[in-house]
Design a protein around this ligand. Sequence first.
Ligand SMILES: NC(=O)c1ccc[n+]([C@@H]2O[C@H](COP(=O)([O-])OP(=O)(O)OC[C@H]3O[C@@H](n4cnc5c(N)ncnc54)[C@H](OP(=O)(O)O)[C@@H]3O)[C@@H](O)[C@H]2O)c1
Length: 217
Amino acid sequence: MRIGVLGGTGPAGQAVAVQFAGIGFEVVVGSRAMERAEETVAALAERWADRRLALVPGENDAAAGADLVVAATPWDGLLATLDPLADALAGKIVVSMANALTRFGKEMVPLLPPTGSVTVAVARAVPRSRVVGAFHHLPAGPWSDLDHPLDADVMVCSDDREARREVAELVDRLPGLRGVETGGLGSALAIEALTPALLEINRRYKTHAAIRVTGLP
Ligand SMILES: NC(=O)c1ccc[n+]([C@@H]2O[C@H](COP(=O)([O-])OP(=O)(O)OC[C@H]3O[C@@H](n4cnc5c(N)ncnc54)[C@H](OP(=O)(O)O)[C@@H]3O)[C@@H](O)[C@H]2O)c1
């Protein structure tokens, strides 16, 4: 399976790319500009020279041609990014990891999109795709370090049960992570809105917090 990352040049997209490449997938690192994708892939290839990661630079439409696509742009650029790619993404799993948030005074706080969550907005933007929410809580910096796996759960939501299970099983294959299915897209609001709280935890405790769910079998 080939994985494509829209906005793969940012910290979050790079972390997704190296983690999936690290377990053997070919990953298309997408960008609005081929030059930035090439620079990113060159830098990652140099950083992880010993790993021989299968990272391929491409514009976002090339990334959308992959079998499974992760959308890793900021939330406010996401719908404009997806709109022209709707045909290319039809029938595919599209993973949304975007959190809508803003600064209010000194604190990061969630923004409430009119659809309730960014993931639901994505599902409406690409209605022929199998939209799944995941990876919202993983801090990109430490997650991009292949030598030190994160210890975290990834909450995975979708109205498409098969797609949700598939993504949760993919997450299980990533070092240190466990996929936890949280139900339909209705749970995306709570998942996304938790992220600013994690960022505040990071700021106050000078750490990179992530989530573990207890009580699971
Ligand atoms: N950073 C984290 O720790 C983290 C963790 C979990 C989830 N997330 C979520 O993951 C997403 C990406 O986070 P990030 O920190 O990597 O963001 P970012 O660096 O601000 O943006 C990622 C990439 O998206 C592209 N981009 C920027 N503005 C855009 C726009 N208006 N329209 C289309 N593409 C645009 C850029 O790539 P090109 O210029 O090359 O096209 C950029 O390198 C966000 O939605 C964030 O909420 C982030």
